[in-house]
Every structure is written in C-alpha cells, then in structure tokens.
Design a binder for this molecule. Structure first.
Ligand code: HEC
Ligand code: HEC
Length: 425
C-alpha cells in the first residue's frame, strides 16, 4: 500500500507550489481571507458569534440549565468516521431549541462537529500514513475522547439555522483544544478562528489554511460581498453508507476501549434523528435533492418514524434502471448503476447542495448542477467552459484534477479504477 500512498501523495500535491484548488470554486479560486471571515462573523449583529466553543454551546440549548453537561432533551449526538469528504473522525452534536421551553429563541437549530485524527489527505502527504492506519488512528482517538481517556480534540466546525434570517445558515470555526492549537497566532483553546487546515494542500501543516468560503464547496451557497453574508447554504444529510464505524474489522479502532462510534442500534438511531433535523432544514432552504435522499434512505414510515431503519443504496428517480447511459466493457450501463458506482460516492454529497441562483459556473443561474438526473451528467449545456456537460466533466475530472473538489474524495476516486474509467474512458 505504501507505494500507492506515495503515488497518490505526489499525484495530488504536485511538485511545484501550485495555488490551492480544493474547496475554492465557490470563491472563484480562493477560500477568502482573515479579513473577509472576520467581517463575516462581525455581521452577526442579531446574535454575535461567541468567542469560544463552550459559550457557543451554552447559548444554543446544548447544556442542561446551569451546567456544561449536554441536555438529553435538546441535544442529538452521533459518532463515526467520514472517509468520503475530509477523512476525519466525527463527534457530531446538534441542539434544537424548540425542545427547550426556557430557550431565548426557540427557532434556533445548531450543530457542531469536532474532529478527531489528522485529515486523511494531510496525514498521507505529511506523515506518509496509509488510508487504513489514518482511519483507525482517528477512530481510536475519537473513542478515547468519548471514554474520557483523552482530553484533546481537533478543531470544531459549527453551523446554525434560523428560518427568519436572510442568511438562514451560518458557519463558524473553533480551534482545537490544547496543546495543539491550529490557527497561527491563536492562543485560546477552542476559540473562534477564521480558518483551518482541512487537507494536505500546501504540503505542510498550516500552509493550506482554508477560510470560511471553503464550507460552501460542500454545503452550497454563495458569499455576498455587499452584505458580508453567506446565502443559500444548507445542512448536509448523514449518508450512513459512506461512514466507517469503529467496529469495522478492517478500518476500526484499536481494541481496549468501550466503543461508541460503532454501527450500534443506538448510534444509528441517533443518526436517524439527526437526519430528521437536517430534513426539516433542507425543506426550508430549498434543497429537494437532499430531502429526497433522506426520504429514500429510511424504511417503515420514513425518517420521522422511530421504527425506521437506514437503508443504503438510494438512487434518485432521475437515474432509472430502464435508461442505458453508456456501453462499457461490452455491457450496457444503466443510469441507476452509473449513479451507484460513480455519482453517489464521488459527486452527489456536494452537488446536491447546489441550488438556483447560488452557483457561479452556470450559464443559466437557475439550473444548478445537482446531478439529480442522468441528463445533467450526459447532456448538459449550462456551463461556461464547455459545449456540453460531458466535456466539462472530462476536463474537470480527467484533465484538470478539479473534481471531485475535495482532496480525500479525489484520492478515493483515483483508487477506484472502475469508477474512474466509467467517467474518463
Ligand atoms: C468536503 C466537504 C465538506 C466541507 C468542505 C465542509 N463540510 Fe461540513 N459537512 C459535510 C458533510 C458531508 C456533512 C454531513 C455529515 C457527515 O457526512 O459527516 C457535514 C456536516 C456538517 C455539520 C453538521 C450539520 C450538517 O450539515 O449535517 C456542520 C456543523 C458542518 N458540517 C460545518 C462545516 C463548516 C463550518 C465548514 C467549513 C469550515 C464545513 N462544514 C465544511 C461536508 C463538508
Ligand atoms: C467537495 C465538493 C465537490 C465534489 C465532491 C464534486 N464537486 Fe463538482 N463542483 C463543486 C463546486 C463547489 C462547484 C462550483 C459550483 C458553482 O458553480 O458555484 C462544482 C462545479 C462542477 C462542475 C461545473 C463546471 C466547473 O468546472 O465549475 C462540474 C462539471 C463538476 N463540478 C463535476 C463534478 C463531478 C463529475 C464530480 C464527481 C466526480 C464532482 N464535481 C464532485 C463541488 C464538488
């Protein structure tokens, strides 16, 4: 595996000092700056951004009254590794103020995800860690933290939603706990910071800091420089089929600790409740592809039904099995199987968050590239740089290394020769 790791590291990092490219599309080649992100936070005059994560949690219904313990009546938590976006162990917590009768604002919903382990792309490039050891180290650190055996965690990224605001969804970044603070110059543990290193771009730790606009690459939306607000973003669903849990025999954490980041009934039930919360938000922000994926991923009475279980393999109605999209190896490939082998794993997490009027690369701003149907992929004339969608996809995936637009997602595609051939050959 080491030789593949080094091949990938070289292929992904490039040899010369190239400008950053991952997560920069919503910023037209940049993720913003310290100044821009500071101005962004300063615009939250109705509810100023709290200077530390503990204060952020305290003012958003996470804690039982008068304590710093999570309130089970308002807080939802789940633990896992997501190896298909940034490659980190995830300690996910959301709080719904409508469940707190004493809340100052019952319409506020907030989520924060604290990261554990080193982003897989950075781990590979800086430390030569192969995928498997990077994942199991992250899961081990997450489990140790949850068991109270490890006091430290990485940076936390946070979002909130309020239906009455112009910018319904807001983003926040909080630094790691001591001793390894991330943001250059910051000396306060878990303090509000303008950016962080999310992958191995820049080749060294903190040479590739990404500012607030990076969030839009996956969460959708656009930065409105006139008002210093981010408009049109959404919370993303919990696509359990892409997660790795610590009871996974191949990638799981080292034995020894009672595990919580497992595929246990409890963790899966918590993910259902989180998906129910995200569904409610995606309805209000106008992201029907995300709503449909959540609806299509639960059996029984849907995501709102406590009896429902998660079912993987969701394919949008726009990718039917009756439609042949191409020939490959002498066989017909149907839209459904193309979606399952390529689009789901490598593209739809980000592209489902695109929405009308909020994306810069379309000729027709009202036709976001959600890949909600097969014509979007195979017959699309709405992009500035190519005569049709297939040509633009070829250029971005097979030529320019621009898509998938996150380093780890792209590393995964480069390891998957079938999917790569289905796109590029
Ligand atoms: C590479 C893609 C990617 C980037 C970049 C990204 N996120 Fe996310 N984020 C996700 C995905 C996917 C989820 C859904 C849960 C999961 O899969 O782990 C998510 C979930 C979240 C959640 C939980 C609420 C929800 O949407 O489900 C928060 C909070 C969050 N992200 C904050 C941020 C912030 C703040 C930034 C920018 C600093 C950011 N994210 C950048 C992919 C990304
Ligand atoms: C990490 C998030 C992410 C992933 C994964 C991703 N994309 Fe994108 N993609 C974006 C963003 C952001 C844009 C720019 C949206 C805009 O116009 O504002 C974009 C734009 C595009 C465009 C429009 C033309 C252009 O170059 O801007 C194409 C084509 C595209 N993506 C193809 C793909 C394909 C194919 C995949 C999967 C193999 C994929 N993307 C995976 C985030 C992503």
């Amino acid at each position: 595996m080491r030789s593949l790791s080094w091949f990938l590291a070289v292929a992904l990092a490039g040899c010369s000092a190239q400008p950053f490219q991952y997560l920069t599309r919503p910023g037209a080649g940049t993720t913003g700056s310290v100044e821009e992100t500071t101005a962004y936070y300063a615009a939250f005059t109705d509810h100023p951004a709290e200077p530390t994560l503990t204060e952020w949690l305290a003012r958003r219904c996470f804690f039982s009254p008068g304590t710093t313990s999570y309130n089970p009546a308002t807080t939802y938590s789940a633990f896992y590794y997501n190896g298909s976006d940034l490659g980190l162990g995830r300690e996910m917590r959301c709080a719904d103020c409508s469940k707190d009768p004493a809340a100052a604002d019952t319409k506020l919903i907030s989520c924060v995800v604290s990261n554990h382990g080193v982003p897989q792309g950075l781990d590979l490039i800086q430390f030569g860690q192969d995928q498997r050891s990077s994942i199991s180290t992250a899961l081990t650190q997450l489990e140790e933290f949850l068991a109270g055996k490890r006091p430290t965690r990485g940076a936390s990224v946070a979002m909130d939603f309020h239906p009455k605001r112009v910018d319904k969804v807001r983003f926040y970044i909080y630094d790691a706990s001591e001793p390894t603070l991330f943001f250059p110059g910051n000396s306060t543990p878990e303090a509000l910071i303008p950016g962080l290193q999310l992958d191995g771009e820049g080749l060294e730790f903190n040479k590739g800091v990404k500012y607030i606009r990076n969030c839009l690459a996956c969460h959708g939306g656009r930065y409105d420089a006139d008002s210093n607000r981010i408009l049109g973003s959404v919370f993303l669903d919990f696509d359990v089929s892409l997660f790795t849990f610590s009871d996974n025999p191949v990638f799981g954490s080292a034995p020894g600790t009672a595990k919580r980041a497992t595929a246990s009934a409890e963790n899966l039930e918590n993910l259902r409740q989180l998906n129910q919360l995200v569904r409610g938000i995606a309805v209000q922000t106008g992201h029907p592809e995300i709503v449909a994926r959540i609806d299509g991923s639960y059996n029984a009475g849907g995501v709102a039904d406590p009896r429902s279980k998660y079912v993987g393999g969701y394919v949008p109605a726009g990718w039917p099995d009756s439609q042949v999209v191409r020939q490959f190896d002498g066989k017909n490939i149907t839209a459904k199987s193309y979606f399952q082998s390529v689009v789901h794993r490598y593209c739809s997490t980000c592209h489902f968050s695109q929405s009308a009027g909020n994306n810069v690369t379309q000729i027709d701003a009202n036709k976001p590239l959600t890949f909600a149907n097969w014509e979007h992929w195979f017959n699309n004339n709405n992009f500035k740089d190519g005569p049709d969608g297939l040509d633009v996809i070829h250029r971005d995936v097979c030529g320019a290394a621009a898509m998938p637009h996150a380093q780890v997602t792209r590393m995964n595609l480069l390891r998957d020769s079938t999917a790569l051939s289905l796109i590029c050959n």
